[in-house]
Design a protein. Structure first.
Length: 688
């Protein structure tokens, strides 16, 4: 039926939040006359419940931002200058394909993709892009920047990235929120935790920083960064000596308990307290609270997040915490257990999406995204292989987010490095590109999503036509594939085809089309009677798989690379969690959100400031052997003594000296998973 030319033509489109957050919200976008005017939470999706975080509720501000990249751009000035001129898509893609073909003819492993979670979408992430780089025979990227240590820890303990269902936290009577500022980074979990609190549950926050979440909990345990494993061992020790144990669960559904028991007994509260920088009485009280639920008809639950695993011993720390529910039989209840990630529950058909068969048996090296600063500076060698000659960056901003950023910048500044960046905005990384290609936002393309904080698959429909000349990532890689001469039919799959392939017949696509989400089937209490997806089918205190790799099969506390108190020159431990209104480096350029944050800050305890004769609001210099970063000092009770908090991740170009906190972080890796150690970082602070 024709609509009036005067009355607005308005409708809503169901979508999904694409950002790196456990919540993976279902969205409703209101469109009038082809323009998105509002993005809100979908009230029909139980986990979203009609509410969104402040960041995503302003998504139209991102899509229609005046600085949005709307046409392909070619560099005209020195690398890093941000000087570009517009070109046509044909000119850009023809030149990119020609240059990649020349490099590939010598050695395709000299070409490297760099991507992560700028979108969590399975289609706009690694579908056609994966096919492109597999067919090319390019180097592969080890994508470790966020969650690899914790993920590997879970795999060798519970058998996969699995845990309790988030909605049942609402029924728990004790919730340990461990290494998570849920109000900032897991808002919809906080809704369930708040319901439990209203119903009488006790909430305890374990975090070096007195976060906004800690403010709302009954207790806060401010341990030193990287000491979570020691705290978990001491809890085990107290559970053992007081016999707060579910012996039946341990005997029937665990492997290696007797060995783990002997190790835990070596960690009385006094020993752990000295390591963690807290009072032994806090550990005793915490263990007493947790142990009260052994053999109980009520449930205790643990919500971990990824901050605690961004240290040398992060993988072991996650293993130790993930073992705690087995000691008290918490898994017997649907409201008991632990949750770090449920992403392993999703039946994603990655081989169908990415087509690794296109490599046709060719050997390929793997480069860790966390060590990109070193790897871009490596020459050709027998150990490393060819020097990286070309870099294709999409869904990431490595110049801002990768550690040891002085080296990252030096690598990106190489005049002989050919760099292509797919982006929405001229980020720090885009400034170093030879070509910047305008990509669509979530409101402008098809995608399908898994989650790691709940167990619903989601579909994203495009709400509006692409703004300007922006293209979806998939279309960019399709057109590059055609110009590179890749003739396989899979390069012609449409985005809707790819959405259907993402889950195959494992998730009903018609349900996704009809309501925008589909809940994965599964038991309410997944491990009430064992059945862990480990090789043994049991919760593994001892992992034979780790032992076969020459590692300790039992988890242990692994000290930081840079332990607090170990250096008189750099005596302060620095952590750099996300600022409340940013998500990694996303949203930093959204004016209203940046205005809310004000400027880059360093939080410090007043006692540490007094020792350095520093005043609140002073301009300070934070430094260590890797570099320095100037910012404004904030004295408050959020930072504990001995720890400073550099809230991030600001774009470097918004910093006082064109730097951010990653000028100080290192490329050292974790014990498991080869992940970065952002929160394993010693510094000192002076007046600037």
């Amino acid at each position: 039926m024709p609509h009036s030319t005067t009355a607005p033509h308005s409708f809503q489109v169901r979508g999904a939040c694409p950002h790196d957050c456990p919540d993976t919200c279902s969205l409703l976008t209101t469109v009038e006359n082809g323009v998105a005017i509002k993005v809100q939470g979908n009230p029909a999706h139980p986990h979203t419940g009609g509410s969104l975080c402040t960041k995503v509720s302003r998504y139209t501000e991102r899509t229609y931002h005046p600085d949005r990249l709307l046409q392909p751009m070619k560099r005209t000035g020195p690398k890093g200058s941000g000087q570009f001129a517009p070109v046509s898509w044909d000119e850009a893609l023809d030149d990119i394909a020609a240059r990649l073909n020349v490099i590939a003819a010598r050695d395709p492993q000299a070409i490297l993709p760099y991507s992560y979670a700028g979108t969590m979408g399975l289609v706009q992430g690694e579908s056609i892009a994966g096919r492109f780089f597999n067919k090319l025979g390019a180097s592969q990227l080890e994508r470790t920047i966020c969650a690899a240590a914790g993920g590997v820890g879970l795999v060798h303990t519970l058998g996969g990235k699995v845990g309790m269902r988030v909605e049942f936290f609402a029924e728990s009577k004790l919730i340990l929120i461990w290494g998570s500022n849920s109000i900032t980074s897991n808002l919809h979990f906080w809704r369930y935790a708040s319901q439990a609190k209203r119903d009488g549950a006790k909430l305890i926050c374990i975090d070096p920083r007195k976060s906004e979440t800690a403010d709302k909990c009954h207790e806060h345990i401010a341990l030193l960064p990287g000491t979570d494993g020691a705290l978990a061992l001491a809890i085990m020790q107290q559970l053992i000596v007081h016999d707060w144990l579910d012996h039946n669960y341990l005997a029937r559904y665990t492997l290696g308990w007797e060995q783990m028991r002997e190790r835990a007994l070596q960690w009385p509260p006094e020993r752990a307290a000295a390591v963690c920088g807290i009072d032994a009485s806090q550990i005793e009280s915490l263990a007493r609270d947790y142990g009260a639920f052994a053999n109980s008809n009520q449930a205790a639950a643990i919500r971990m997040n990824y901050g605690l695993q961004r240290v040398h011993g992060g993988g072991n720390a996650v293993r130790l915490i993930a073992l705690l529910p087995a000691l008290i039989g918490a898994w017997r209840h649907r409201a008991g257990g632990v949750l770090l990630s449920n992403s392993g529950a999703f039946p994603v058909q990655r081989a169908a999406l990415e087509r690794p068969d296109l490599r046709a048996g060719r050997a390929s090296r793997t480069i860790n995204m966390a060590t990109i600063g070193n790897d871009l500076l490596r020459p050709t060698s027998p150990e490393f292989g060819p020097a990286v000659e070309a870099l294709i960056v999409y869904n990431s901003n490595p110049v801002a987010i990768a550690p040891d950023s002085a080296k990252v910048v030096a690598g990106f500044a190489r005049e002989d490095l050919f760099t292509v960046v797919l982006e929405h905005f001229q980020t720090d990384t885009a400034d170093y590109a030879d070509y910047v290609l305008p990509a669509t936002t979530q409101l402008e393309h098809w995608d399908v999503h898994s989650a790691y904080g709940h167990t619903d698959a989601l579909l994203n429909r495009p709400a509006i036509a692409p703004v300007g000349q922006a293209w979806p990532n998939t279309q960019i890689f399709r057109e590059l594939s055609r110009r590179m001469g890749f003739a396989e039919p899979c390069f012609s799959d449409s985005d809707e085809d790819l959405c259907r392939q993402a889950y195959g017949d494992k998730v009903d696509f018609n349900t996704l089309l009809d309501q925008g989400f589909a809940t994965l089937p599964g038991p309410e209490a997944p491990f009430a009677q064992g059945g862990f997806p480990t090789p043994s089918g049991q919760c593994e205190f001892f992992s034979q798989r780790l032992a076969d790799l020459g590692l300790d099969g039992l988890p242990d506390h692994v000290p930081n690379h840079e332990s607090a108190g170990s250096s008189q020159t750099y005596p302060l431990a620095m952590i750099s969690p996300p600022a409340r209104n940013f998500l990694n480096s996303s949203f930093v350029n959204v004016g209203s959100l940046r205005q809310s944050e004000g400027e880059p800050l360093l939080e410090m305890h007043p006692a540490d400031a007094a020792a350095r004769q520093l005043q609140d609001g002073a301009l300070v210099r934070v430094f260590n052997p890797r570099g320095e970063h100037r910012c404004r000092l904030s004295l408050n009770d959020r930072a504990r003594p001995g720890v400073v908090v550099g809230l991030g991740v600001w774009w470097r170009k918004f910093g006082l000296d064109g730097h951010n906190v990653n000028q100080l972080t290192s490329q050292a890796l974790t014990d498991l998973g080869n992940a970065p150690t952002f929160y394993d970082c010693l510094v000192d602070v002076q007046a600037a």
